[in-house]
Design a protein around this ligand. Structure first.
Ligand code: SF4
Length: 340
């Protein structure tokens, strides 16, 4: 859904776990979406109307069914939701639909149905491409299921999204990197990276309380995410999200128990990435921080170059109190110029 000059909106419709017939070890959708019941068709229409009333004229608008497992719903419910969107598509008010689901709920009948209703983007919760990690996380599907579903989705001409998680039981940095590389090779156009959190009333909470499962520290989660983010951006894959979006009930309702949660998690990852860029540059030129006067970056990058809570700038200033990071739009995004 890309066209120059037009704004893009997503109208999010959450289909919570009630719609998902499965129970992964870490998941309690009620907390994550902050919503217990699947929305009625009337509520879906109200949500659409509300968003349309504030959307800029001429925008490109997509309805996004997120949360549980859309194609795990009974077929009548799937058709009901898609039918609810259809009049808006026919009227040209909405252009397309995206949805998220599980790899083992994809088959040709489902894909035929989704094609009929202007679904253009299908995101699969892959989570890991390592069979052992999938097994102990009780995902209920294998690596092969992900590969098969991805190939099918691509062969129908849908845009493929593959979400992954880091720090699941028995996950390692190497396994996560291998997962990211496989996501690239499967032809995904978008991805999301979610560090595993321990959420209340899940089997993972029990393992955590028994001392059997230990979540990643925030520092490790940032390093893992940085390595994976580099793989995706080098392959031109859109990273739609890094870190879980906290619904109010996840934070205030006691849903969050442990794990690498931070409200600015993505900013922490980009801060680490920019620090690494500076370190690599200095190393490659055999320079010290005290040899530099100024670093110029694109305005889009300045917050990350300076770092979360100015951490990168403070690190640079420890070695060189006069150093400056300045912004200039003539510098290409993701690049920087060092002035000695
Ligand atoms: S498939 Fe998705 S919604 Fe269903 S239990 Fe697993 S993580 Fe939760």
């Amino acid at each position: 859904m890309k066209a120059k000059g037009k704004r893009h909106y997503n109208i999010p419709v959450f289909i919570p776990q009630k719609a998902c017939p499965h129970q992964c070890i870490y998941c309690n959708q009620r907390y994550i979406s902050g919503q217990n019941n699947a929305p009625s068709l009337q509520e879906v229409k109200q949500t659409i109307e509300l968003y349309l009333s504030t959307a800029e004229k001429g925008s490109l608008i997509q309805v996004a069914f997120f949360g549980g497992t859309f194609t795990g719903l009974d077929i009548d419910s799937q058709i009901g939701y898609l039918q609810a969107v259809k009049p808006y598509i026919e009227a040209g008010k909405i252009q397309s639909v995206r949805l998220s689901t599980r790899p083992d709920y994809i088959n040709t009948q489902i894909l035929d149905l989704l094609k009929q209703y202007n679904v253009t983007d299908i995101e699969l919760g892959a989570q890991s491409l390592d069979d052992r990690v999938l097994q102990v996380s009780e995902r209920g599907h294998t690596r092969e299921d992900i590969i098969k579903a991805s190939n099918m989705i691509k062969s129908y001409g849908f845009n493929l999204g593959l979400q992954m998680m880091i720090g699941l039981p028995e996950d390692t940095l190497d396994k996560s990197i291998a997962t990211a590389r496989t996501i690239v090779s499967l032809g995904a156009s978008s991805t999301r990276i979610y560090p595993t959190l321990v959420i209340g009333r899940t089997p993972l909470e029990r393992l955590y309380r028994q001392g059997i499962y230990e979540p990643l520290t925030i520092d490790d989660a940032v390093i893992w995410s940085k390595e994976i983010y580099k793989i995706f951006t080098a392959a031109d894959i859109t990273v739609l999200r890094v870190g879980l979006h906290p619904s109010e009930s996840l934070i205030s309702g006691g849903g969050y128990i442990a794990g690498p949660f931070h409200v600015s998690f993505f900013e922490l990852v980009l801060t680490a990435l920019w620090k690494e860029r500076f370190e690599d540059f200095l190393r490659s030129r055999d320079l010290a921080i005290r040899d530099i006067k100024t670093i110029t970056v694109n305005p889009k990058d300045v917050n990350y170059a300076v770092g979360y809570n100015s951490s990168n700038l403070r690190w640079l200033k420890q070695a060189n109190p006069n150093i400056k990071i300045i912004q200039n739009s003539s510098v290409a995004p993701d690049n920087f110029i060092i002035w000695q």
